[in-house]
Design a protein around this ligand. Structure first.
Ligand SMILES: [Zn+2]
Length: 690
């Protein structure tokens, strides 16, 4: 297989020539060259044009489009074009249409109107992949394959009869016999005992709560069905073509039901789509979380930002445009956090269709615009950063993340609807961001030994082996923090008996006998001055030291924050939803205890991340504030090609990337902060007023 890496950082967009007359393609390629674009994704939504009738292919226009791109030196990430079936598929084979839990059919006219378990869809889509791969495997422009597009974005859960049959097959593989399924699903409750596989269905709309383990298994099955499409397409491509294979994940944009940690081994390069949450004025912090999670899915290796936006999108309630400089900050923040490519949806803004108000590299107003000027500037930036390609990101902190724990934590009939999985994840990651500390967001089965600190937000469902791995990590000298509603159930969603948080009780040296969720809007005070809401619990220390207790609320005097020395390390627990300032203070204490420091001290709102290879390191400094920032850095600033000796000045809203000199003189140890010139303890910095 060929490498997915180019000579530098990939830069480009989805290019949809089928939306435009061919004379526009020539202008497009000239503009791409002006902007420094070197990679475009082509053909993603072109099935209906490539195969106008079953088995009749029309590749003429795509041949010409690829030749025009190649003539201009533009590389191609070629789509398998299976992202959305043509209208003829549903017309001829209506059984391929997906159904909702209530039986309603999801009709064509949007996109992804297919049942993920449909054998007809599978057969037709693989025939297309085979035709495309045979035709273009040797095309000199093609450097990568792009399977489908955002698999499962709209059709992840299908409740049709075909899917029901596939679900039964999946359950037989998982459990072997009905006795095991009945035990796992707890069917002794509510008279649900199954005596025949044919009695089992997906969790279709029911009079009341469906069996939680049935729901959980259906979510696992559904993620696996989408993954099966990826694997089937990949198999065809691997048989016929030498280029690496990817597909675009959607990590960190609220997509919940695709277990990307399990999918990572099915792609040659992890690629992600990320869009800002327009309603969040601090959306760049969420961007950092998405990038850190994508890197975690990629096992720390460089990855590809397959899509983001130059400005507004079209699918949120209020689609906020990016202010001058924001496109650059967003793009380079992804590179700082491990992206070796920056691509967008899409090259030229559409005239028609559902996404015509989605921004692009070439807006409706044409190239004489803020957006296109910034696009050209970013192209120059990425050329200047070519040497960063292939390097990895320094991170001493891990945050554990498991899609199954997310699914489990947010099932229905739980103690409080206010407990959401993303909440503590974002809170802890946000506190690290404000402290200037980079974290990898990784699956609980990841080797944790290289990290100084491990944060465990809301790991409601945990496998025995993963709980045991956390215990070994702490006993070997690590520091860990576990938050409330973690370790509650096993992989079948069965309560771990004997007191909460079952899986982590001994490690944490505590035992909770009862949850005391709070009413909407209710707040409690702690005796260390913190406030909290949403959740409290009746917790008994069993070896843990009490660091703070409730001062009021339903449980005055009961511990809320504990620390348990275990082996050579320590395991902390927080049993309530601390406010932001208290979360920052808690994280600062954990960083101090575990000896984690930011790469370089920086003012609040200035993001600093370090990438490193065998003998060099680069400091990315992104100034999100309205004020100039000064940092103690020595090296060569690459974007402006200027020296900085001891002081780096980054104007308001700007970005700097410095090839460091001090850092390269020091020995490099994995998971260490070697080369930090004058780092202050993070505890001081986090305590500064915002
Ligand atoms: Zn179906």
């Amino acid at each position: 297989m060929r490498s997915w890496h180019g000579e530098g950082i990939w830069y480009g967009a989805d290019f949809n020539p089928e939306q435009w007359p061919e004379q526009t393609w020539v202008e497009d390629v000239a503009l791409m060259r002006r902007a420094g674009v070197n990679l475009v994704s082509v053909g993603i939504f072109s099935w209906a044009l490539l195969e106008p009738a079953p088995g009749e292919f029309d590749f003429g226009w795509l041949d010409r489009a690829l030749d025009v791109l190649h003539g201009g030196g533009i590389n191609v990430d070629l789509a398998t074009a299976t992202a959305s079936p043509p209208p003829w598929l549903a017309h001829r084979y209506p059984e391929t249409l997906p159904r909702r839990a209530d039986g309603a059919i999801l009709w064509p006219g949007g996109r992804q109107a297919y049942c993920p378990s449909s054998p007809v869809f599978r057969e037709r889509s693989l025939a297309l992949v085979e035709a495309v791969a045979r035709r273009y495997a040797e095309h000199p422009a093609v450097v990568m394959w792009h399977v489908s597009n955002e698999l499962g974005c709209h059709n992840v859960h299908c409740y049709c009869d075909v899917s029901a049959e596939a679900f039964r097959r999946w359950l037989r593989d998982r459990y072997g016999d009905l006795a095991a399924l009945n035990a796992a699903w707890g069917t002794a409750f509510w008279s649900q005992r199954y005596h025949d596989w044919a009695e089992i269905n997906p969790p279709r709309t029911a009079p009341t709560f469906a069996n939680p383990t049935q729901q959980l298994d259906f979510l696992r099955f559904s993620s696996d069905e989408q993954r099966a499409q990826l694997r089937a397409e990949r198999e065809v491509l691997k048989r016929l073509a030498p280029q690496p294979v990817t597909t675009n994940f959607m990590i960190g944009t609220g997509i919940k039901y695709l277990d990307y940690h399990s999918w990572a081994s099915d792609v040659d390069v992890v690629a992600n789509d990320h869009y800002l949450t327009a309603a969040d004025p601090e959306a760049h912090v969420g961007l950092a979380l998405a990038a850190d999670h994508t890197r975690g899915v990629a096992g720390g290796d460089p990855w590809l930002l397959m899509e983001h936006s130059t400005s507004a999108v079209n699918w949120q309630p209020r689609n906020v445009a990016k202010t001058p400089g924001q496109l650059r900050r967003n793009s380079l923040a992804h590179v700082a956090r491990g992206a070796d490519g920056v691509l967008f949806f899409q090259w030229r803004a559409s005239r028609a269709g559902a996404e015509k108000f989605h921004s692009a590299l070439v807006p409706h107003a044409g190239p004489e615009t803020k957006v296109f000027r910034e696009v050209c500037r970013l192209g120059a930036d990425l050329r200047a950063l070519a040497e960063v390609r292939g390097s990895r990101v320094d991170a001493d902190v891990a945050i554990l993340f498991d899609y199954e724990a997310w699914w489990g934590a947010e099932l229905d009939s739980h103690p409080s609807v206010d407990v959401t999985y993303a909440d503590r994840l974002a809170a802890l990651h946000g506190a690290l961001w404000r402290a200037g500390v980079t974290a990898d967001v990784v699956h609980p089965s990841t080797d944790l030994s290289g990290y100084r600190l491990v944060l465990v937000p809301t790991l409601y469902l945990v496998h025995d082996a993963d709980a045991e791995a956390l215990r070994r990590y702490v006993e070997a000298g690590g520091t860990a923090l576990v938050t409330y509603f973690s370790g509650i159930v096993d992989e079948h969603d069965h309560i771990r008996l004997g007191g909460y948080p079952g899986a982590f009780r001994e490690l944490l040296g505590i035992r909770t006998e009862e949850f005391f969720p709070l009413r909407a809007g209710e707040r409690v005070r702690l005796d260390d001055g913190a406030t909290a809401d949403v959740w409290t619990e009746w917790l008994h220390p069993e070896g843990a030291e009490v660091l703070a207790s409730y001062a009021d609320g339903p449980l005055p005097g009961v511990p809320a924050l504990t620390r348990h020395p275990a082996g050579a390390g320590a395991a902390w627990y927080v049993g309530t939803r601390l406010d932001e300032a208290a979360t920052d203070r808690l994280v600062a204490r954990l960083l101090a205890e575990s000896g984690v420091r930011p790469p370089v001290p920086a003012p609040a709102g200035v993001e600093v991340v370090r990438r490193r290879d065998a003998d060099r390191s680069w400091l990315f400094v992104i100034n999100h504030t309205d004020a100039e920032a000064r940092l103690a850095v020595t090296g060569t600033e690459l974007l402006d090609a200027a020296r900085c000796d001891g002081e780096l000045v980054v104007p308001a809203g700007e970005v700097a990337v410095v090839r460091e000199e001090a850092a390269t003189d020091r020995p490099i140890a994995a998971g260490s902060t070697a080369g930090v010139p004058t780092a202050e303890p993070p505890v001081d910095r986090a305590a500064e007023p915002a």
